[in-house]
Write a protein that binds this ligand. Structure first.
Ligand SMILES: C[S@@+](CC[C@H](N)C(=O)[O-])C[C@H]1O[C@@H](n2cnc3c(N)ncnc32)[C@H](O)[C@@H]1O
Length: 279
């Protein structure tokens, strides 16, 4: 019953909460319930994830202000909120997404002086299956970005798209700049975690998406896998260690850090695996 009124409760709560924000000004931009996407609906979860990525973004930049940050698959702008403190004084956050309605929402919601949003007319079976099928370069200059981010996006890309867009990350980054990309990495920790996922042991933490068991090949790929419950492979994509090596060797990006995700039944700072890359 209370669930039915959640959007209304959320509206009242967010408005009142906003009046009480003292030191974390950027979270005033958290969208209302209807516009919170990316697999995170709760206001508190948005604020929590914004904070985690604000920290990692800070650690990944070479300067604290005037940065150009490019966010691929921006959805309704969660990482834009994390990025806001670091693009002040002549920098810019650019969010790119294939979902027109999200780009339209973001354009109206975020202040236009430091935020820019671009719709990319490219297909993805889960998110935009009637758009152009052709892979498209991002309308972003070579060597122009201080950071590229993508939260929960390579977890929805098939092998072809993933390889093509990793090369795009390399193209747009300044030499020495970093990228923060999240994955479901099917590495040794994943294999070990499979043994922990049974009702009998009482460690059955995740009840949807087939418990994140990536045992179905995505379009006959050897290294890009999906879950049994997926309507389309792009609903949830996991990539093997070999797949990650292919992404690195074909793009030229270097892996500099990995934060293992807690989806693999081990404590971690975020649900998905976070990898930090460097050009
Ligand atoms: C799970 S949502 C994550 C949204 C946002 N990053 C967040 O965490 O709130 C995945 C997003 O990736 C976008 N996407 C999928 N394929 C894409 C592509 N080839 N280029 C740009 N965006 C893409 C989808 O449209 C969707 O908005």
């Amino acid at each position: 019953m209370i669930k039915k009124f959640f959007p209304l409760l959320d509206k009242c709560f967010s408005k009142t909460d906003r009046e009480h924000i003292i030191r974390t000004k950027n979270i005033r931009l958290i969208p209302d319930f209807q516009n919170r996407r990316g697999g995170k609906l709760s206001y508190a979860e948005w604020a929590y994830v914004i904070g985690i990525f604000q920290t990692i973004i800070y650690q990944s930049l070479q300067k604290t202000s005037a940065n150009n940050i490019l966010d691929i698959g921006c959805g309704t702008g969660l990482l834009g909120i994390s990025s806001e403190p670091f693009v002040s004084d002549d920098g810019q956050y650019t969010g790119i997404d294939i979902m027109k309605e999200d780009i339209e929402y973001c354009t109206g919601h975020y202040p236009s002086d430091i935020f820019k949003f671009i719709h990319l007319d490219v297909a993805n079976a889960t998110y935009a299956n009637i758009q152009s099928e052709i892979l498209k370069k991002w309308p972003i200059k070579d060597n122009s970005q201080d950071l590229v981010t993508a939260l929960s996006v390579w977890t929805h890309m098939n092998e072809n798209d993933a390889i093509f867009y990793f090369k795009e990350i390399y193209r747009v980054l300044r030499p020495g700049a970093k990228a923060i990309i999240t994955f479901f990495l099917l590495d040794q920790a994943y294999i070990t975690s499979l043994g922990k996922r049974s009702n009998e042991t009482g460690r059955f933490h995740f009840t949807n998406q087939n418990d994140w068991i990536f045992d179905v090949t995505a379009y006959n790929s050897e290294n890009w896998m999906t879950v049994k419950s997926a309507r389309y492979p792009e609903d949830a994509i996991g990539v093997t260690q070999k797949g990650l090596e292919i992404l690195l060797s074909t793009s030229g990006l270097k892996l500099v850090q990995l934060y293992p995700g807690n989806w693999k039944e081990t404590p971690g700072i975020f649900f998905q695996d976070i990898i930090i890359l460097e050009k």
